[in-house]
Design a protein around this ligand. Structure first.
Ligand code: B12
Ligand code: SF4
Length: 593
């Protein structure tokens, strides 16, 4: 076995790390941009490998890239889906003698599993400070085979499609025991060790700037030249809430804030360097602190040229004044995590807000002239048709205030969430589903899918109305017939609402697309594969006849369809403002569009 291990050269003066984002994405992943900066500060050269819609990469490609850049070691970021592929990747790298360091949401919640899959070190939660310490200790080139030990830990896992790694790294464990926030296999103790959690990084000002120059921009650029990802900015980390369905493990409940002048300087840097002018504030709850919002709004208008931005938040953390202030400061869209219009469901999911607040917030935002997106969730195991009815009631109340309800809100029990822990005994079919081969590897990705032919991998209705397939197929939980029927009604109402807004001046198109969606819905119910085959085929035909240049990439059109296009955004807001009493807000809107 040992002779198969390819030793990495120890003589290179500068070390080289290959950072991998294995799950498909359309923008520069922020975690890799952050981690790349830390590595560079620590004296490493960095190459990145991101699995993108424009250039999908396989495990073979990642390995080739590691060989090409002569990487000393590999860093991998993990989400929960397609974990088996990531585990195969880790295994392949280990077979070749690389040392592998892993972080991200999945590794943070299931660190032992990742070590069992072969990783040398798992960095849990916020990675910057921990990685710096690991870099100091890093001596990771010698290997030791200890299959026997791993075998013991592996009991009950092999039937889930995972293989026992052949060897584990010995050296990195030396001295690692004193580094907080990591998990690794300790050769001396012969066990997996998780050191105590590290305290959250209090001063975000000390974080290095994300490095976007270590990515191939051609894989992320929009038709209008924007490099996707350079527009995502954090002004805070963490969320004070503890929703039972949310994987909030990486940042936790403590909210830490970035210094306003540093945020503005960073935004200006991105305007100057990448021409980014439309920012997405990625904070979990941007408006959690009034003073922070106030200070941000006062400063963001100083960026030249003036930028527009959007943010996401919770319903109880906004007021009419704050919405107006944000609007006047260039905000054009607020995305609310409303989740439900049923009080029992809100209480049981620990949302810590009520239906009234959920109804008021979109109204306040809309009255200020902001475009509103709203996230709803369905599929909780306690829900009945009555709960969905109540959510629909709320939907009708805010019908004119919300531009889009998002299409992917079926409950997925992420590991580490309370929903997972509370219900896994009652619904054992979803125990460790990320380790099961097949469909479970792809969950959560259909609606987001943006391949060359999206309709070959997801149904028309899932992408255009609301994706209830996990509920109808009972992928995670079981439901009554009555509930599923009500969910279908919900899907069509959400779809009708969204189509009305996206194609607001074209009733024929609205009706036609609703008809196609219904056809797609019922075809999928009876012949799921046929729907996608047919959809994929028709899509190819439409693509063939579409005038050249009209559709350079699927992502762009998707953005337009979902209302990101300036024209539809402007039309919607003008229409809504005309309806609203608050005429004043329309004036400032014109100033910045
Ligand atoms: C912005 C965002 C997106 C953006 C951009 C994603 C990106 N990766 O940049 C978009 C809209 C594209 C997106 C899509 C999706 N997202 Co998202 N997203 C987020 C959000 C709000 C912030 C992520 C982020 O940029 N954080 C900032 C960086 C710096 O933090 P980080 O990524 O956690 O990385 C730190 C550590 O984890 C660690 N680390 C991470 N990787 C590595 C690697 C190494 C080597 C090391 C040493 C350390 C390390 O160090 C980093 C610095 O501290 C999080 C929620 C949250 N607050 O974390 C959800 C979140 C990550 N998304 C989630 C999900 C489910 C999705 C989707 C699957 C949704 C869907 N149904 O399609 C897709 C997946 C797309 C994909 N392939 O990434 C879940 C993941 C849950 C899970 N267990 O898998 C989260 C946690 C939301 C939640 N609370 O449930 N998302
Ligand atoms: S408010 Fe949002 S980010 Fe915070 S715990 Fe709930 S779902 Fe997660």
């Amino acid at each position: 076995m040992k002779q198969n291990i390819k030793k990495k050269s120890k003589k290179m003066s500068r070390k080289h790390v290959l950072l991998i984002y294995p799950t498909i994405i359309g923008e520069i992943p922020n975690c890799i941009a952050q981690i790349a900066s830390v590595y560079q500060d620590e004296g490493y050269d960095v190459t990145t490998a991101v699995n993108t819609f424009k250039k999908p990469l396989t495990n073979k490609d990642f390995i080739q890239m590691a060989e090409d850049c002569k990487a000393d070691h590999i860093g991998i970021s993990t989400l929960t889906y397609e974990m088996l592929l990531t585990y195969e990747l880790i295994k392949s790298f280990k077979d070749l003698g690389y040392t592998v360091i892993v972080g991200g949401p999945h590794a943070s919640t299931r660190p032992e599993e990742v070590v069992l899959a072969g990783a040398d070190i798992v960095i849990r939660n916020e990675g910057e400070d921990t990685l710096r310490e690991v870099c100091k200790f890093w001596r990771g080139e010698s290997h030791n085979e200890d299959k026997e030990e791993l075998n013991k830990k592996w009991v009950g896992r092999t039937d889930k499609g995972l293989k026992v790694p052949d060897e584990v790294t010995e050296k990195p464990s030396e001295g690692l025991g004193s580094i907080l926030g990591i998990t690794y296999y300790d050769k001396v103790k012969k066990e997996i060790v998780s050191t105590p959690a590290r305290r959250r990084i209090a001063d975000l000002g000390k974080l290095p700037k994300p490095n976007y120059d270590v990515f191939d921009h051609s894989h992320f650029s929009d038709e209008d030249g924007m490099v996707r990802g350079t527009n995502r900015i954090f002004t805070s980390r963490g969320c004070p809430a503890t929703c039972t369905f949310c994987d909030w493990g990486v940042f936790g409940q403590r909210v830490t804030f970035q210094n306003i002048s540093l945020i503005i300087a960073e935004m200006q840097r991105r305007v100057d360097m990448y021409g980014t002018t439309n920012f997405k504030i990625a904070d979990d709850v941007f408006t959690v602190n009034k003073k922070h919002v106030d200070a941000f709004c006062k400063e963001v208008v100083k960026i030249t040229p003036r930028v527009e931005w959007q943010a996401q938040t919770r319903a109880e953390f906004v007021s009419p004044e704050m919405m107006q202030q944000m609007k006047d400061a260039g905000c054009y869209l607020v995305n609310f995590g409303l989740e439900s219009g049923d009080q029992e469901t809100l209480t049981k999911m620990d949302k810590m807000c009520n239906v009234q607040q959920n109804t008021d917030a979109p109204k306040q935002a809309a009255a200020a002239g902001l475009k509103v997106y709203a996230n709803l969730m369905i599929g909780f195991p306690w829900e009945t048709a009555k709960h969905i009815n109540n959510t629909l009631k709320m939907v009708y109340e805010i019908w004119d205030d919300v531009f889009l309800f998002q299409v992917s809100g079926s409950l997925v029990p992420y590991p580490g969430t309370r929903v997972y822990d509370q219900y896994v005994k009652e619904f054992p079919q979803f125990k460790d589903y990320w380790l099961k081969k097949g469909e479970f590897q792809k969950f959560g990705i259909q609606t987001y899918q943006n391949t060359a032919n999206p309709y070959a991998v997801s149904t028309y209705y899932q992408r255009n109305l609301f994706d209830d397939s996990y509920i109808q197929d009972e992928a995670f939980f079981t439901y009554t017939k009555e509930y599923k029927k009500k969910v279908a009604e919900f899907v069509f109402e959400i779809g009708r609402h969204n189509l009305e807004n996206i194609y607001q001046n074209n009733i024929i198109k609205q009706k036609f697309l609703m008809g196609v969606s219904k056809l797609s819905y019922y075809t999928y119910k009876i012949f799921p594969k046929l729907e996608m085959k047919l959809g994929g085929f028709l899509y190819e035909i439409v693509k063939y006849f579409r005038p050249k240049g009209k559709r350079a990439n699927a992502e762009h059109v998707r953005s337009l369809r979902r209302g990101f296009g300036k024209k539809s955004q402007k039309e919607f807001i003008s229409r809504r403002i005309a309806k609203s009493q608050n005429k004043a807000s329309s004036l400032s809107y014109e100033n910045w569009v």
